[in-house]
Design a protein around this ligand. Structure first.
Ligand code: NAP
Length: 266
C-alpha cells in the first residue's frame, strides 16, 4: 500500500512541499506520496479523521490551522506546546502526534546565513503560527525579539506591538522576519514593510515566503543595501525534519534541495 502524507491548509496550491517530499520518496525507493489537502476551517474535523486511515503516515499543517491543531490531536510534543502551533502530524498506530519542525527549520536556515542574533535586537512581523515558531527559535538562540501584529489583543502571549509601530523599528536591528503571507503569490506587489520608511541597512530581511523567490519585502531591503533571504531554506529544513519523523529514514537533503531549485523537473 502506498503510504501517504498531505498538506492541510488553505490555500495550499502555492506549496513546493509535494515536489520536495515526492523527490525524497523516489530517491529512497520508499513507496510514498505527498499530496495537497486543501482544507477550510469547517472541513478540519473531517480531514483529521481522514488521516487516521491506514495508508496515512501523517501530514503537514499550514495557514491557518497550526494553532487549532493543539485541540485536535492525541498528543503534542513539548516544543510544539511551547510554540502554541503544530506544523507536522505524525501517526503512531492510531494516535496522532503534533510536532513543530518550523523551529528547527528556521534555526538551520538562519545559521546558514552566518548571522549572529545572540543579545541582538530582532523583529518579527506577524503573530500567527509561523511567527510563534520563529519567536521561540530566536529566543532559544538568545535574541531580543520584538513582534508586530495588526491585532495585538490576539497576540498577547507574544507581547506584540501595534503594526503601525513598524516604522519605529530600532535601526540597530539585525534581523527582520516577514512571518505574514503579505507578498505571497499571487499578491506579489504587496509588502509588510511600509512605503517610504528606510529599511535598516544592517538588518537581514528574512521572508518566510518562498513563492515568489524574491518578494517585494526582500527587494525593499536590498534597495536599502541590506541582505535578504527567502523561505526556501527553512522549507527544506523543516521538511527534512518532518520527513524523518514520518519515515524513520534519514532525509536525502541534496535531493530535496535540488527539487526545490528545479520544481518543474520533478
Ligand atoms: P497564519 O497562522 O495565518 O498567520 C499569519 C499572520 O499574518 C497572522 O498574524 C495575521 O494576522 C498576519 N497577517 C495576515 N495578513 C496581514 C495583513 N494584511 N497585515 C498584517 N498582518 C497580517 O500563517 P502562518 O502559518 O504563520 O504563515 C505565515 C507565512 O509564513 C505564510 O506566507 C507561509 O507560507 C509562510 N511560512 C513559510 C514557511 C517556510 O518553511 N518557509 C513555514 C511556515 C510558514 P491576523 O491574525 O490578524 O490575521
Amino acid at each position: 500500500m502506498t503510504k501517504k502524507v498531505g498538506l492541510i491548509g488553505w490555500p495550499v496550491e502555492h506549496s513546493l512541499s509535494p515536489q520536495m517530499h515526492n523527490a525524497a520518496f523516489k530517491a529512497l525507493g520508499f513507496d510514498g506520496e505527498y499530496v495537497l489537502l486543501p482544507t477550510t476551517n469547517d472541513q478540519l474535523k473531517d480531514r483529521i479523521e481522514q488521516i487516521r486511515a491506514d495508508e496515512w503516515l501523517g501530514a503537514n499543517v499550514t495557514i491557518t490551522h497550526k494553532a487549532a491543531m493543539l485541540t485536535w490531536l492525541n498528543e503534542i510534543d513539548r516544543a510544539a506546546q511551547s510554540v502554541g502551533a503544530v506544523n507536522t502530524i505524525v501517526k503512531q498506530r492510531d494516535r496522532l502526534m503534533g510536532y513543530n519542525t518550523d523551529v528547527i527549520g528556521f534555526q538551520q536556515a538562519l545559521i546558514e546565513t552566518g548571522i549572529e542574533v545572540k543579545d541582538q535586537p530582532c523583529a518579527v512581523l506577524g503573530a500567527g503560527g509561523a511567527a510563534q515558531a520563529v519567536v521561540y527559535a530566536l529566543k532559544q538562540l538568545g535574541a531580543q525579539v520584538s513582534v508586530y501584529a495588526r491585532d495585538v489583543t490576539k497576540a498577547q502571549s507574544l507581547e506584540a506591538k501595534p503594526w503601525c509601530e513598524i516604522d519605529r523599528i530600532n535601526s540597530a536591528t539585525v534581523l527582520i522576519v516577514n512571518a505574514t503571507p503579505i507578498g505571497m503569490w499571487p499578491a506579489v506587489d504587496a509588502s509588510p514593510w511600509p512605503n517610504g520608511v528606510p529599511f535598516p541597512t544592517n538588518a537581514l530581511a528574512f521572508d518566510l515566503i518562498y513563492n515568489p523567490g524574491r518578494t517585494r519585502f526582500m527587494a525593499q531591503a536590498e534597495q536599502a543595501g541590506a541582505r535578504s533571504i527567502n523561505g526556501l531554506a527553512m522549507l527544506l529544513y523543516q521538511g527534512a525534519a518532518a520527513f524523518e519523523l514520518w519515515t524513520g529514514c534519514t532525509a536525502p537533503l541534496a535531493v530535496m534541495r535540488a527539487a526545490l531549485s528545479n520544481p518543474t523537473e520533478q
